[in-house]
Design a protein around this ligand. Structure first.
Ligand code: ATP
Ligand code: MG
Length: 410
């Protein structure tokens, strides 16, 4: 007899359950609370877009576009791509949905993203991000506000210690161009010692060599020319305004002159919140200013700044979270008590009490099962109705839920 084989999960995907899932939910709930404090409006975005949305905006030679996208033709012959990041789709919506009228627009979202990467701890093919963007704001104040929100989020997640904000400026177009030439000169001299990927980057996008994780490249990154000597006065002032704003807001930061981002659209401010507690996958949140992105999608020049944070990496730092405390279990000791038990259970839950019921299985074993759930209190129901509560601590909330005071009109 042949046995039917159960399909395996797709490599790089995760089924999240238990304490890990609670940690994931805690990250999302905290983000939702904090983004409201900063008045970021919630948006929901499609999981796929036309491939050109990402190809044009992220840069054809970036790792994401050249190697990591899940692109496919749909049945109508259109090339679509599962979103590898949020920003490009949000920028597309800003242009196609008339969101310009709301500028400056602060938006936030979260959800799954897809990249064909080599799976390892903290790196998956389907992963999840929190995302926050300010579109249509060119002032350094927007960068400050966005970073203050990220900083508060991490603090409220309990991650203030062990996560550092690393900050850099990539300058304006001119500064970047001058820096780029100097980097080409520097890395060309040691070309043969670079990784194969970086030899290719040297032609196409030398800045990205600075972001390489290959030890062969890292050796030469340390001695590479840094952005500061190429900054225009304007770019320097902009960065100065960002850093003094952060100081005033009490956001700690350190300068990392080698910090560049993996996507092509960044200008001026670039940043990462990093930790050494997750091994090689140490970046938990990253972003920056992307003043050139709207034009690459055919829109008018529109300054913008944003960040994204990996939910799985944040959840790992947060650590396992317990199930919420179970306040009450309704124990049905006799089948005839079931109706009363259901009324009781509904009252408890409507009264805001976290409650569960044990009403099936052998009657003898029900008490043991109720105890095993670990409730603060057990409410017992027999054939004559509700007759008693056991447990430790105050029963005020429970009594209030099941014995509502008569309303004044009654
Ligand atoms: P890395 O350098 O680790 O590849 P990245 O520069 O590609 O990161 P971004 O595109 O800036 O990452 O995404 C923002 C955040 O999303 C990252 O800092 C990280 O926390 C998370 N992230 C990115 N890719 C993955 C992945 N494949 N699996 C899990 N989390 C990820
Ligand atoms: Mg990456």
């Amino acid at each position: 007899m042949s046995k039917i084989e159960t399909p395996r999960p797709v490599r790089g995907t995760q089924d999240i359950f238990g304490a890990e899932a609670e940690a994931f939910a805690f990250v999302v709930e905290t983000f939702e609370r904090v983004r409201k404090l900063y008045r970021f409006r919630r948006i929901e975005m499609p999981v796929f877009e036309k491939t050109e949305v990402f190809a044009r905006s992220l840069g054809e030679t970036t790792d994401v576009v050249s190697k990591e996208m899940y692109s496919f033709e749909d049945r109508g012959g259109e090339s679509l791509t599962l979103r590898p990041e949020f920003t490009a789709g949000i920028a597309r919506a800003f242009l196609t949905d008339g969101w310009q009228q709301h500028a400056p627009l602060k938006v936030a979202t979260h959800g799954p993203l897809f990249r064909y990467e080599r799976p390892q701890k903290g790196r998956y093919r389907q992963f999840h991000q929190l995302d926050a963007e300010i579109i249509g704001a060119g002032e350094p104040q927007a960068d400050v506000e966005l970073l203050a929100m990220a900083d508060q989020l991490l603090k409220e997640l309990g991650l203030a210690d062990g996560v550092t904000l690393q900050l850099n400026t990539l300058g304006d177009g001119d500064s970047r161009e001058a820096w780029r030439s100097a980097l080409v000169e520097h890395f060309s001299a040691v070309r043969g010692e670079l990784s194969e990927d970086s030899q290719e980057r040297l032609e196409k996008n030398p800045l990205r060599i600075l972001d390489s994780k290959d030890p062969r490249d890292k050796a030469h990154v340390g001695t590479a020319p840094m952005i500061d000597q190429f900054l225009s006065a304007e770019a320097r002032d902009f960065f100065g305004a960002v850093t003094s704003g952060l100081d005033a807001a009490g956001v700690a930061w350190t300068r990392n002159q080698a910090l560049v981002r993996g996507l092509d659209y960044y200008r001026h401010t670039a940043f990462e919140f990093v930790t050494d507690r997750l091994g090689a996958q140490g970046t938990v949140l990253g972003g920056g200013r992307y003043d050139g992105l709207m034009e690459s999608l055919g829109g008018a020049p529109t300054p913008a700044v944003g960040w994204a944070a990996g939910i799985e990496r944040l959840a790992m730092l947060v650590g396992d979270r317990p199930n919420p405390v179970l306040e009450a279990v309704v124990l049905v000791e006799h089948e005839d008590g079931l109706a009363v038990a259901n009324t009781l259970l509904a009252d408890l839950r409507r009264g805001g009490v976290i409650a569960d019921i044990v009403a099936s299985g052998s009657v003898k074993k029900r008490y043991d099962r109720a105890v095993k759930l670990g409730p603060q209190h057990i409410l017992r129901v027999n054939e004559t109705g509700y007759y008693g509560i056991s447990g430790e601590g105050s029963t005020d909330r429970i009594v209030a839920a099941i014995n509502p005071l008569p309303s004044p009109r009654a």
